[in-house]
Design a protein around this ligand. Structure first.
Ligand code: ATP
Length: 190
């Protein structure tokens, strides 16, 4: 099966992520998209990162009824920090029957050169890029491993949602209802 991996902190998962995952899973040659919850992105600030099990749970709640989208907890079990190349190698060995590729916004492509063994990633894995405003795709554009897919976009960030919740603002529709209930029920991000 052709599986696209969409990595993220998902702190919390929001409809911006879900629109991409759903589009890639149902409108491209990918057969499934796996949301891979990263315990901690080595290139990101850690300060307001909530525990990874809650983030995993929210990703699961958000995709309970989704078609062709799954949530993977693989990085919760691997040594931390988990680098994408190591996770890819692990998955490739564990599921030899699947063909894994990456899904990435053009914002991430801009920082790809900072990733561990990025040349190996480009050599061995296909990358599906979706354009994000403000991040033009220049480098790697013509690389044979890269496909550019225009997806619908909802420009929303988890940072925005965390701040809104903290300030007592309403985030209905920015996250699925089940996620909203989970955030409220556990008093997260206050
Ligand atoms: P934060 O605001 O905490 O940095 P985020 O909303 O960017 O978080 P991540 O969990 O880092 O969320 O996102 C996972 C992946 O989804 C990243 O590669 C990021 O570029 C991408 N992404 C985030 N928000 C959107 C969005 N609104 N539309 C499309 N892609 C997004």
């Amino acid at each position: 099966m052709k599986i696209g991996l969409f990595f993220g902190s998902f702190n919390p998962i929001h409809i911006g992520h879900l629109i991409i995952a759903n589009y890639m899973a149902n409108y491209t040659d990918l057969q499934q998209v796996w949301l891979v919850v990263s315990p901690h992105n080595p290139l990101k600030e850690k300060s307001d990162l909530i525990n990874m099990y809650d983030r995993l749970e929210m990703a699961k709640l958000a995709t309970e009824d989704a078609i062709n989208i799954r949530v993977s907890d693989v990085e919760l079990k691997l040594p931390q920090p988990s680098y994408t190349i190591d996770t890819l190698t692990y998955l490739h060995e564990k599921y030899p029957e699947h063909e894994f590729s990456l899904i990435m916004g053009s914002d991430n492509l801009a920082s790809l050169k900072k990733w561990k063994n990025y040349e190996l990633i480009l050599r061995d894995y296909h990358i599906h890029i979706y354009p994000r405003p403000g991040f033009e795709i220049q480098e790697f554009k013509d690389h044979q491993s890269i496909t550019i897919t225009e997806t619908p976009l909802m420009e929303l960030s988890a940072t925005f949602i965390r701040k809104a919740v903290k300030e007592g603002n309403n985030v209905q529709y920015f996250v699925p209802d089940k996620v909203l209930k989970f955030i409220d029920g556990k008093n997260l991000y206050r």
